[in-house]
Design a protein around this ligand. Structure first.
Ligand SMILES: [Ca+2]
Ligand SMILES: [Ca+2]
Length: 358
């Protein structure tokens, strides 16, 4: 089963073969006040095996595969966008990479991406000029179930989403990293409708969950919100589970419940408390990876072991116009959701099944 899932995950990668190196800027620069505990594990070890309780110790737990250090190569992939707006700010290049664990397994970072059609821009100041008030005229209807309800969705992700409706890939975010954008899609589907989203908090240093910050390396945070024209919106009815957690000094901080669902909320999660961030992040920081179930987006997939989504205030996630300018209109009634760890859980899956309009 495991090797089958491996093949599925690798098949989902839309990375092309053009190699490049991660952004070198700010490498090695770090605010001097960052803590670097001398007893933190893995500072110079090549051993990427996790310290993880055995399956016997944690009933039903699925241990993560742990990798260490940045992806050796990276490449442009489907959500890469070259900004054509000369006034675009906060431009961070979207790259995909692959890291290999000590057991030889390969992992797409920050996550697998599809080549699904990009959603329509509501706000895009990278390949557009910002607000796109005429976006509705660009919407086309993806027919998931003929004769079903025609629904329009508005979506904002920090940083990237892929949306499946009743198991069908409807759209992906046009921009993987930044600048921040807002999107719309329209589809036709029959209730009960299962929404499944793959969400990524993108990274500049692929495989270690870091981006460049003001003084050096920074642990970015995620967040996702969506409002549907039938009244459905992101809220605590959704369930979310992490699949890629980084940066970590030691994966043993990740706990698992009786059904094996990981929880990284007890892990050090700030620039100052994750020791490797202040020490030698591109080599020392670790990541925990979990294989995606092949049918995670299918209506019949059993997500009952996934925790309820954690709700976040908008101010915890973003102050960007791509969201703020539509907070009380297109996104009214929709909450920001993620897992229990907004900082470390970089690739997560969320789902909800709705019986009818709300
Ligand atoms: Ca985006
Ligand atoms: Ca993050």
């Amino acid at each position: 089963m495991r090797h089958i899932l491996t093949a599925v995950v690798l098949a989902l990668c839309a990375c092309d073969s053009t190699p490049s190196t991660p952004p070198p800027s700010d490498l090695g620069q770090r605010a001097p006040d960052a803590e670097a505990p001398s007893d933190a594990p893995g500072s110079d070890a090549a051993d990427a095996r996790p310290e993880w309780p055995s399956d016997a110790a944690v009933d039903g737990a699925a241990a993560p595969t742990v990798t260490q250090g940045v992806a050796p190569t990276s490449a442009t992939c489907a959500p890469s966008a070259t900004c054509t707006n000369p006034r675009a700010g906060n431009v961070r290049e979207t790259l995909c990479g692959r890291v290999t664990a000590a057991d030889g397994s390969a992992w797409e970072v920050p996550g697998p991406v599809t080549d699904a059609r990009a959603a329509v821009d509501v706000f895009n100041d990278c390949t557009g000029t910002g607000a796109n008030p005429g976006y509705a005229a660009s919407l086309t209807t993806t027919v998931v179930n003929p004769g079903g309800a025609v629904i329009t969705a508005h979506l904002f992700a920090d940083n990237y989403f892929e949306l499946y409706v009743n198991g069908v890939a409807v759209a992906r975010d046009a921009i993987g990293f930044t600048p921040f954008n807002a999107s719309a899609v329209r589809f036709q589907a029959t209730y009960p409708i299962t929404y499944a989203v793959s969400l990524i908090d993108w990274e500049g240093f692929l495989g270690v969950g870091l981006e460049t910050g003001g003084a050096g390396f920074h642990i970015g945070d995620g967040g996702f919100t969506a409002a549907f024209s039938d009244g459905v919106a992101t809220d605590a009815a959704w369930r979310c589970r992490p699949y890629y957690i980084s940066p970590l000094d030691d994966a043993s901080c990740i706990t698992a419940d009786a059904r094996g669902t990981p929880d990284s909320s007890r892990c050090p999660s700030t620039d100052a408390t994750v020791g490797c961030v202040g020490r030698d992040p591109t080599r020392a920081c670790r990541a925990a990876h979990y294989r995606l179930p092949a049918d995670w987006m299918a209506p019949g997939f059993d997500d009952s072991s996934w925790p309820a989504a954690t709700l976040y205030a908008a101010a915890q996630v973003t102050n960007q116009p791509a969201y703020v300018d539509y907070a009380t209109s297109l996104f009214a009634g929709a909450r920001f959701i993620w897992t229990s760890n907004l900082n470390l859980d970089n690739h997560i899956l969320c789902r909800v099944t709705v019986r009818g309009p709300r």
